[in-house]
Design a protein. Structure first.
Length: 327
């Protein structure tokens, strides 16, 4: 089985603009533009994760380039550690080879995570875009438009993607269940939405994980979320051990308040993560046990968990060179 068949997020990634869930204004705007494809401008897609930015970019490539779309679309990730030089080299090579005998209006470069680039790199990118203007169009993708330098913004048509609404997500998940022949309870799909707040990629991944229990219900979703919680708690612990107390605390509050992870579960997952992440785990587990006890006897959870993270940050800092094993 190919990876596209294995992962539902890929298997159900829309191939045509008409199949994109919601983002109606964007789809309408793009259709108007594509009515005369030769006039397609550079575009900048902004918005949160998992709402269709990459999907729409690839739909455009299919629409404009037809059967040649794979050969004449270059997908790059700007946060690649090789940076702007890698982008320059790849774009140069890509735009250089000609498409003799094939009638496509231009090639398409899709550059993801453009807002991860420094402003110097973005200035260089702007040059690259101008130099290849006769051969290529760019679709830049970012989370935060404010992180994109003005000269790039002003050279692109900007599309702002929104988080998907509850009904959109729940209906899409229900559809996938029907196509996969998986039984589901409506309440469970709702729960997935609650946890993923409009990130359809995350929602589909949880749905698939839950479905491996044979049915998508309260219990199987909880179990799938447990795996997801664990990864998120791991992130909080990593931030704390790096000494980044403020971010760690905010993420912790997001997990407990927004996503409803119980404080004791937080501590349980934190223990597993500390074993994995820190060479000082004996010392840290003692700290953890102390806070676990305080929660049991009824101390204020937010304050206790914040104090715990502060303690981890302190220990982490005092051993910053030895605290991380393999990252
Ligand atoms: N608007 C959408 N319509 C249909 N599927 C979507 C949509 N947004 C996300 N998805 C699903 O989530 C996956 C990831 O979407 P993607 O377009 O890569 O998100 P991003 O906005 O992070 O680029 C897709 O493969 C698809 O299965
Ligand atoms: Mg993407």
């Amino acid at each position: 089985m190919s990876i596209e068949q294995l992962m539902w997020v890929e298997k159900y990634r829309p191939k045509r603009l008409d199949d994109v869930v919601n983002q109606k204004e964007i789809v309408e705007g793009i259709k108007r533009i594509l009515a005369s494809p030769a006039g397609m401008p550079n575009m900048l897609f902004a918005g949160p994760a998992g709402v269709g930015k990459t999907t729409v970019a690839l739909c455009i490539a299919r629409e404009v380039l037809g059967e040649y779309w794979r050969d004449y679309t270059l997908e790059l990730n700007a946060s690649d550690e090789r940076g702007i030089n890698m982008v320059r080299e790849k774009v140069k090579m890509f735009t250089r080879y000609t498409s003799i005998g094939i009638s496509i209006p231009f090639k398409i470069v899709v550059l993801d995570e453009a807002d991860e680039m420094t402003s110097e790199a973005q200035t260089a990118l702007r040059r690259i875009m101008e130099d290849s203007a006769t051969t290529s169009r760019f679709i830049l993708i970012c989370n935060y438009i404010s992180q994109i330098i003005e000269p790039i913004q002003s050279r692109c048509v900007i599309f702002r993607f929104k988080s998907l609404a509850r009904d959109d997500v729940v209906n899409h998940l229900a559809n996938i269940c029907k196509l996969e022949g998986v039984r589901y309870e409506d309440k469970a799909l709702d729960m997935i939405y609650e946890f993923t707040s409009g990130d359809l990629r995350h929602a589909i991944n949880i749905l698939q994980a839950a479905s491996s229990h044979g049915i998508v219900n309260d219990a199987s979703v909880r179990s799938a979320l447990g795996i997801s919680y664990k990864a998120k708690v791991g992130e909080v612990i990593r931030l704390a051990l790096e000494g980044n107390f403020n971010d760690a605390r905010l993420r912790m509050l997001e997990l407990t308040r927004v996503h409803g992870l119980s404080e004791r579960d937080f501590i349980k997952f934190a223990g597993e993560e500390i074993m994995k992440q820190s060479s000082k785990n004996i010392e840290l587990l003692k700290v953890l046990a102390e806070y676990d006890y305080r929660l049991v006897v009824g101390a204020h959870p937010d304050i206790q968990l914040a104090a715990l993270l502060a303690e981890l940050a302190r220990v982490g800092r005092s051993s910053s060179s030895s605290s991380k094993i393999d990252r």
